[in-house]
Design a binder for this molecule. Structure first.
Ligand SMILES: [Zn+2]
Length: 287
């Protein structure tokens, strides 16, 4: 989502929301680290955002740069630790909080994204490198024997989210549309429902063990199923109450979904209801 949208949401957010908001921490020194996940695949952290990269003998295959400062730090760390340039840079989707700063790698890397991501990056003037290579359904990147499969699984959180599968390590990198034991982001900005649910079924059919999200802890394929069930359960409840003529405020009182009580942040649950109501209302007509 755009910075402007975040600011707009921040204005109406409660004091508690502001205190826990990711941008509240941007005043402090960023928390950055690189951790090995498995084999040649590493996870890069910048505060609440994460991406992955694979180190091959012929260079590095990187993903979301996150922002220009983070990308410069990552570039220097990769050079220091692995003495390799970044040869490929793949964007998970077009949202600026994940893919800003791509220009840092553009002198050595080929920048890859979905066709629709390029349209949004150009159209919204994202502060990053415009992808040189785009694709519609799937694409395979190969570098020194390392393979990464890029797959478009349909519209969900954006119309251009791709998943990146590292078959050797049995990892899947998927950003923002499969939270691990967590709620959906706020009120479902830039969301396609029910396409999102279908895209999760496609991910559930893929061959991998470890789910690597763009935020929060690692998961497994079971997390994909659980999150798909959450969306279905929430959508079902909102649709049922909409058909009963309930208001969105009434729904916030009525909808409980105790199965997901442990998922946070809890102040996103009423926002999830609000967003789902907006999405459900777009595709129904009462009497
Ligand atoms: Zn996003």
């Amino acid at each position: 989502m755009s910075a402007a949208r975040r600011v707009a949401l921040g204005v109406v957010a409660s004091a508690m929301l502001l205190a826990t908001a990711p941008w509240a921490q941007s005043q402090q020194a960023p928390v950055r680290e690189i951790t090995k996940i498995a084999g040649e695949v590493y996870r890069f952290r910048n505060n609440f955002h994460y991406s992955v990269f694979a180190v091959t003998p012929a260079g590095v295959i990187a993903t979301d740069p996150i922002n220009a400062d983070a990308a410069r730090w990552l570039e220097a760390e990769i050079a220091r630790r692995f003495a390799q340039p970044v040869r490929y840079l793949m964007y998970s989707h077009d949202h600026a909080d994940h893919i800003s700063g791509g220009e840092v790698f553009a002198d050595t890397a080929i920048v890859v994204a979905h066709d629709n991501a390029k349209a949004a990056i150009v159209g919204e003037r994202r502060p990053t490198a415009v992808p040189q290579v785009t694709f519609s359904d799937r694409m395979t990147i190969e570098l020194a024997g390392t393979v990464v499969e890029l797959v478009y699984v349909g519209r969900n959180h954006s119309d251009n989210s791709i998943v990146m599968r590292f078959p050797r390590e049995r990892l899947l990198f998927a950003v923002d549309f499969i939270p691990v034991n967590g709620l959906a982001f706020r009120d479902f900005p830039d969301t396609y429902m029910p396409d999102w649910i279908e895209s999760l079924k496609r991910v559930e059919a893929m061959d991998f063990d470890v789910l690597v999200p763009g935020h929060g802890p690692l998961g497994t394929r079971a997390n994909v199923t659980m999150f798909r069930e959450y969306l279905q359960d929430l959508r079902g409840e909102v649709l049922r109450y909409a058909r009963e003529g309930k208001s969105v405020d009434e729904m916030k009182q009525l909808i409980k979904l105790p199965k997901y009580d442990a998922w946070g942040p809890r102040d996103w649950f009423p926002l999830n209801i609000e967003g789902m109501y907006r999405l459900v209302q777009a595709n129904r007509r009462g009497n």
